[in-house]
Design a protein around this ligand. Sequence first.
Ligand SMILES: [Zn+2]
Length: 60
Amino acid sequence: MAETSMNQPDPSTAALADVPDRNCTWCKVPMGKRLVGGGRYIHYTCPKCIFQHTTKREKK
Ligand SMILES: [Zn+2]
């Protein structure tokens, strides 16, 4: 199979894998997450109550 087009490294995806999961404060379900602000901030969104939370990424 030709999967060369699928193997391109995606910086945003790689960075997102390094982002810790966060559960919704009220629903206690894993929130969706994506990087914003050029990858400096993490934007969490709850799939149930649509609660949103943005936090700044901590540098290691
Ligand atoms: Zn929620």
